[in-house]
Design a protein around this ligand. Structure first.
Ligand code: FNR
Ligand code: 8K6
Length: 346
């Protein structure tokens, strides 16, 4: 058993974890048609309460945040009530859970909400919604400054709703090519106002959202996920590095529970970051760092011992093994993940 994973960790005065293993956020597209968590989702999360912290599947902050079918929301009273059942069940089993707050920006599709697709600039992506081929992506509308102010307010409101729903905190989804990440990369942000052109301007939306969420629920309960290595629905650019350098130095002046790497395989190296996404974040961010991306308990524990990051998030193996933490503790074999497992919520 990799002992370091089973340390108690005190992240701050508000948040202590019983071990260093986090369940990574995993979209499952299984909420009901009102985007309300179901009883099967209650059981799914409750079975995984042995994690030091569960991060919920990405949860949309308002209707136009949606890019995939049946992703849950946190903007109606029915959604809040549905999540309350999830958080109660996780707490009853001794676990903790954060809500991941999501807006997909240009990856949204009007099929789901019937309105404009908003993004930093009117630059679309190729392709169509996964498993819904007929829904090809649209060219988004560049958000106005009024749109942006409303988006910031809606993140803060969703964070308040998360606390009302019993979550222990929130993780702002700033990664994987979705709205916040779209502001942080030159390929998707060609604005010429105070949200574009320079690292400071391109970081502005991420920092405004972060500050608004901190103001509404307190920074000790707020995590932020970032993908400095553009790798999903996004083209990287050498200039992106300076944006993340600026953003991370600004984040060092704020209180957050943690920063979380957004990546599928942390052995990927990015030229302009000078190495892996986690190594880059560690070199600049001074607070708690969550690593993720094709780790096993053993390789993750080794990375923690080498101080490459502080906490380990586990994604796909947690889908395959609801009892992942117990298996690691007992040294039992971990069942391999297979994409066919996404069809059901075990
Ligand atoms: C993901 N991932 C993901 N990330 C995120 O920030 N929000 C999300 O909702 C999802 N959804 C999601 C669904 C599925 C089916 C997969 C496989 C992945 C990424 C995930 O959190 C994690 O970073 C990766 O899976 C890499 O970790 P593992 O799986 O190698 O441990
Ligand atoms: C985040 C919401 C999307 C919902 C489903 C994601 C399914 C992911 C399946 C796993 C593999 C995708 C790998 C993409 C990364 C590209 C790396 C170059």
């Amino acid at each position: 058993m990799p002992q370091v994973l089973f340390d108690d960790v005190k992240l701050n005065d508000t948040l202590s974890l019983k071990n260093r293993i986090l369940m990574a956020p995993l979209t499952r597209c299984m909420a009901d048609d009102n985007l309300v968590p179901t009883d099967d989702m209650v059981k799914y999360y409750a079975r995984r309460a042995e994690a030091g912290l569960i991060i919920s599947e990405a949860t949309i902050i308002r209707p136009d945040a949606q890019g995939y079918p049946n992703t849950p929301g946190l903007f109606t009273s029915a959604q809040i009530a549905g999540w309350k059942k999830v958080t109660d069940a996780v707490h009853a089993n001794g676990g903790k859970i954060f809500a991941q707050l999501w807006h997909v920006g240009r990856v949204a599709h009007p099929h789901f909400f019937g309105g404009d697709v908003l993004a930093p600039s009117a630059i679309g992506i190729e392709g169509s919604v996964p498993r819904m081929r007929e829904l090809t992506y649209q060219t988004p509308k560049a958000a106005t400054t009024e749109d942006i102010a409303q988006l910031v307010a809606d993140y803060a409101k969703a964070a308040e709703n998360a606390i009302e729903a019993g979550f222990d905190g929130v993780e702002i989804h700033g990664a994987n090519g979705y709205l916040i990440d779209q502001f942080l990369h030159y390929a998707s942000n060609q604005r010429t106002d105070e949200y574009g052109e320079t690292p400071e301007n391109m970081s502005r939306f991420a920092l405004q959202v972060t500050d608004a969420v901190i103001a509404s629920i307190g920074g000790e309960r707020v995590g932020l996920r970032l993908s400095p290595g553009a790798y999903f629905n996004m083209e990287g650019d050498q200039r992106d590095r300076a944006v993340f350098d600026y953003l991370l130095s600004a984040l060092n002046n704020r209180t957050l529970a943690y920063v979380h790497v957004g990546i599928f395989d942390d052995s990927m190296e990015f030229d302009y970051l000078g190495g892996s996404a986690s190594a880059y974040l560690r070199s600049l961010y001074k607070g708690t760092l969550v690593g993720v991306g094709s780790y096993t308990a053993e390789s993750g524990a080794e990375a923690i011992e080498k101080q490459q990051f502080d906490l380990l998030a586990i994604g796909r193996p947690f889908i395959a093994n609801p009892d992942y933490v117990e298996k690691v503790r007992k040294g039992q074999a971990i069942k391999a993940y297979d994409e066919s497992m996404l069809a059901t919520l075990e």
